[in-house]
Structure formats: C-alpha cells, structure tokens
Design a protein around this ligand. Sequence first.
Ligand code: HEC
Ligand code: HEC
Length: 373
Amino acid sequence: MTRHITPILSSAALTALLSLPALAESIPPLASLSPPPIPDDNPMTPEKVALGEKLFWDGRLSGNGAMPCSACHLPDLGWGTGGAISFGYPGTQHWRNSQTILNAAYYNKLFWEGNSTSLEAQAPAAAGGAVAGNGDGSMMEMRLRFVPDYVREFKAVFGTDWPNLAHAWDAIAAYQRTIVTDATKVPFDRYLAGDTDAMSDAAKRGMDIYNGKAGCISCHNGALASDQKFYNIGVPAAAEFEQEPLYQITLRWELYQKGVPEDVYRAGADDLGLYHVTKRPEDKGKFRTPSLRELRWTEPYMHNGALWSLADVVDFYDAGGGEGQTAGLQPLGLNDGEKADLVAFLEAMSMDEPLLAEAPELPETATWSEFLK
Ligand code: HEC
Ligand code: HEC
C-alpha cells in the first residue's frame, strides 16, 4: 500500500479551486428586479388591474362580507397586519405572520411553507380559508353578480355576461403584480445603477459583510434576495402560543387538514412548516427564505413575527441562528460596528418611502328588479 500520495495541488489550492469559482457560479448575486413575470393565461390590462384593486379591498370576497384581502394586507402596515401573528377570521386565530404582498409577484412558491404556486391559485385559498376569508365560493360569486358596476367591468375585461369567481382571482393577481418595488427609489438599486453615493459608507461595508463574512448571500440571493428554498433556522416558537387556546386550536386543525401522521398530530406543539407539505421528517421547521427587499416597511419578521427589529435579526444570526436549526448556520462573531453596518445595508434594500395606496371606492349592490329595468 502506498503510504504517501502526492497531491497534484496543495490542499489549500484545491479548496480554493473547488469552492471559490463554483460558489461564485452557483450563487446568483444580488441584482435589481426586472418587471415581474406575467403568465400567458392572465395578461395584464389597466382595466383588469383596476378591477383587481377594487376586489382586493372588497369584503364581498369573504364569508362575513368584512374580511377582504386588505384587512390583513394593509398598505400602511407594509401590506401586512403589522403584528407578530395575524388575526384570523372572526372566531378564529391565524397561526402565522401575515406576509407582505409587496413583491409577492416574484415568488414561484407562495406562503411560508410554499404550498401555493401562483397568485391566481393563492387568492381563492386566502378568501376561502377558514382562518382567513372563510368565504363560500358560490356565495361570493353571487354577491359579485348583484353589483351592476362589476357586471359591466367583468364583461369588459373577461367578455362574460356575469362575473365569474375564477376571473376575480385573476384580476386580484394582476393587481398584486403592480405592488412591487420601484428600483429608482431604492438606495441599493441606485448604487447598482452606478450612483456610488446612493448608499452610505456603513451600508457599503454592510454589503461586503452580507456577501462575505455573514454569508447571508448563500440563501438571500438574486434580485429578490431569496433563493426560494426552505430551511429550518431555528426561529423560536411564538410566545402567544402557550396562552391562546384559539391559536392552539388552529395549529391542531392545520395539522389535521394537512394530514400529518397521528403521532405528529397528537404531539403537535409547533408550526412544522414545509413538513406539512412533504411529511418528510427532515423538513420539520423549514420555511421559505423570504425576500429581504422592503424590510424597513414590513416588520415584524419571520413566519411567526418573533423578531421585531433588524438589529434583533442580526443578533439572531450572529448567535448562529436558533435552537434546533438544521440550516448549517454558524456563529458569525460580528462586532457592534459590523452589526450596525449589516443593518444599514438591509435598510438600503428598501424604498426611501413606503409604497402606500388609498382604499378605492367600492360599487353598490343592486336589487334584482333594478337589474331587470
Ligand atoms: C385573516 C387575514 C388574511 C386575509 C383576509 C388574507 N390574507 Fe393573505 N396572508 C395572510 C397570512 C397570515 C399569510 C401567511 C400564511 C401562511 O404562510 O400560511 C398570507 C399570505 C399571503 C400571500 C403570500 C405572500 C408570500 O410571500 O408568499 C399572498 C400573495 C396573500 N396572502 C394575498 C392575499 C389575498 C389576495 C387575499 C384576499 C383574497 C388575502 N391574502 C387575504 C393573512 C391574510
Ligand atoms: C441557510 C439559509 C439562510 C441564511 C444563510 C440566512 N437566512 Fe435569513 N432567512 C432564511 C429563512 C428560511 C428565513 C425564514 C425563517 C422563518 O420564518 O422561520 C429567513 C428570514 C430572514 C429575515 C426575515 C424576513 C421577513 O420578511 O420576515 C431576515 C430579515 C433575514 N432572514 C436576514 C438574514 C441575514 C441578515 C442573514 C445573514 C446574516 C441571513 N438572513 C442568512 C434563510 C437564511
């Protein structure tokens, strides 16, 4: 047996060769967003977007007539609820943080556990879900058919005699594709476009830490600053869970709905994330990497809103993530200055001002005899 093998390259050179170019190639760098992709079967028109805007704000698309999409995706609150765990349909409690819909148009997997693949498919799940809109499909459709303005607008946009519920979701999806970051308003994007003064020196140092020492780029990469993959980074359970029976009821109900094995259902004490979709033990506690764009306007953070500030987020990662993480996070050893720089860079990926919107005026419901006139 040969006792000594002469390596062709020194181990340091080999590591450099294997890791550096390969990594640089496989991790897409941060970049500015292009306009979002538009599906072939739901083209955008200004009329469709205007209709979708009204429907997004219209409680007719919920069970009790009062839980429109905007109830939990308020522009003033970063297009979320502003709280840690979202409230639920009256009489229920939701179990997760309401995600911002800002830039949702760019994801190919929606929700924290990625269980919806398009905005068109996501909207009925939200409007019909028992802890969200809790609307019955045929009832919601009938409500739309009693609104003369909607009858006219659906006809103009979709060519049907009467509003069709599936078209309502298409219009809402088209509207959400307009709720996106404007790169000209983002310091980081202006910097990428060549304005070297657009970011502060702290943010520039933070960018190097993000791409280097802190390794954020390995998951929060590409134009969206998300690889759209799933990891368990050990976010602590929500404090509300222990005190709120309604919350515990929702968790059990979700476990049941999603068909987890009985032992998991009985033990069920925390949100298992991607596991609910795949039922693979290694997927417990994994959630979709969220975009890091617009963080200034969308606190609190994480699937259960456990972290309230970007400084808390950076401390969380500096400590190597939370208990039970399986994402391979390591303590980062950042000093206070480096932490502040990283926060400054995260802030520089948000628009200078939040994207706001006014509630549109909603059309009136008519009686049947008014229609027949
Ligand atoms: C009761 C509050 C509530 C209502 C009403 C509601 N949502 Fe949500 N929304 C949430 C919560 C909470 C989540 C995260 C849920 C999850 O991950 O399981 C979410 C997630 C989303 C996402 C996914 C974003 C992402 O990053 O993946 C979109 C898009 C969305 N909602 C749009 C809508 C639309 C459109 C409507 C109306 C048809 C609506 N929502 C109604 C609370 C609500
Ligand atoms: C191994 C992949 C991975 C790495 C590395 C990583 N993250 Fe994350 N990040 C995630 C996942 C997954 C979530 C969602 C976790 C959850 O909600 O349970 C997340 C959530 C976040 C959030 C919350 C965003 C929101 O809208 O709620 C912020 C902020 C964040 N990460 C910043 C960072 C920073 C800064 C770094 C570098 C120090 C970093 N991340 C490194 C995967 C990663």
